[in-house]
Design a protein around this ligand. Structure first.
Ligand SMILES: [Zn+2]
Length: 335
């Protein structure tokens, strides 16, 4: 019997092993006492972190190398296997050489290399890391991006200072406290109304994407809007399709700079014409399960699609779109 498809694995940036230990953020004695054995995740000015070539863990630094107690700009990430993990700003020591590497997002880029350490980007390399490294890097990046935007009070505009080891800011002038912000965004795999899981999926491309890149539709949740309402509105606005049977699949933090992607699936009538949103969506079309599977098998090389303006490349391994499309492609339609 065919059942409704579900995500077959955790999205790559949703993986984590570290215990966030929220209560320790108010326990400076304990954190300072363990600083000597703590490990630090460095993030450079482009939020890249070092990994040793061929390894899946992060190349962390010893806390003690930065002084006897955690510096002001250190952020406590949590504890794992009796080690405290922190994050701090910091770049490569020495003169990096630039190495061309292929990230999983499908484009090549120049990344700094010092000795056997590569300074990698979360979006392009997150899926190549183990669960512990992916969780630490994702949380460190989310907090880093928030701190960049939380230096002034949202209420009175005065300078803020960090409290709770990076997990809040407080305004010295009015006392207002602020906590790390996350913007919800929905992402929806819309399939046709055939059988249980459909035979075709609605894909679209934005004009700013690399040539041939197609994905499922996504958009930010508006103030006062439900997630289900957002799914219906975004698909209507971006592709001109009316959806029903909205069903939750799973989520992934997406700290670029501060989203969480909430994955859904829904049905639409594929016989009705699509009307891509002017300027926002360059093309929207229905793609068969066989075409999606062929794109995965091609491993990042473009594949032809019937009715498309160009050949197709699907989203990279770090995206929840990828996990959603894989789960759908390997499910049966049930027709
Ligand atoms: Zn204030």
């Amino acid at each position: 019997m065919t059942v409704p498809f579900r995500l077959a694995k955790s999205p790559t940036l949703s993986r984590s092993t570290v215990d966030r230990q929220e209560t320790l953020r108010a326990d400076p004695e304990r954190l300072r006492a363990r600083w000597a054995t703590a490990q630090v995740v460095l993030l450079d000015d482009k939020a890249r972190t070092p990994v040793r070539e061929g390894e899946k863990s992060l190349a962390t630094r010893k806390g003690v190398g930065f002084g006897d107690t955690p510096p002001e700009d250190a952020v406590f990430l949590g504890e794992w296997q009796d080690v405290d993990y922190w994050s701090m700003p910091g770049g490569p020591e020495g003169e990096p050489e630039l190495m061309e590497a292929r990230g999983s997002w499908g484009f090549r880029e120049q990344i700094p290399k010092v000795g056997d350490e590569l300074w990698v980007d979360l979006r392009a390399y997150g899926d190549m890391l183990d669960d512990t490294a992916a969780g630490l890097f994702t949380t460190a990046q989310a907090l880093r991006h928030w701190h960049w935007r939380a230096r002034f009070c949202a209420r009175c505009g005065s300078r803020t200072r960090r409290i709770q080891f990076g997990w809040a800011t407080q305004c010295d002038s009015c006392g207002h406290e602020e906590y790390p912000r996350t913007d919800p965004a929905i992402i929806c795999l819309v399939h046709d109304d055939v059988g249980v899981n459909g035979e075709r999926v609605l894909l679209a491309r934005q004009p700013v994407w690399p040539k041939g890149r197609y994905s499922v539709l996504a958009g930010f949740v508006e103030a006062g809007e439900s997630l289900e309402g957002c799914v219906v509105r975004e698909v209507r606005e971006e592709a001109g399709a009316e959806v029903w049977d909205v069903r939750y699949l799973g989520s992934q933090p997406w700290p670029f700079p501060r989203s969480i992607m909430l994955g859904f699936t829904a049905r639409a009538d594929a016989s009705r014409p699509l009307t891509p949103a002017d300027g926002e969506i360059e093309e929207a079309l229905w793609v068969s399960r066989a075409e999606v599977s062929a794109a995965f098998e091609a491993d990042g090389e473009p594949v032809p699609i019937a009715g498309g303006a160009s050949t197709m490349i699907l989203p990279g391994n770090s995206s929840i779109a990828r996990v959603m499309l894989e789960a759908w492609a390997y499910a049966e339609s049930g027709a």
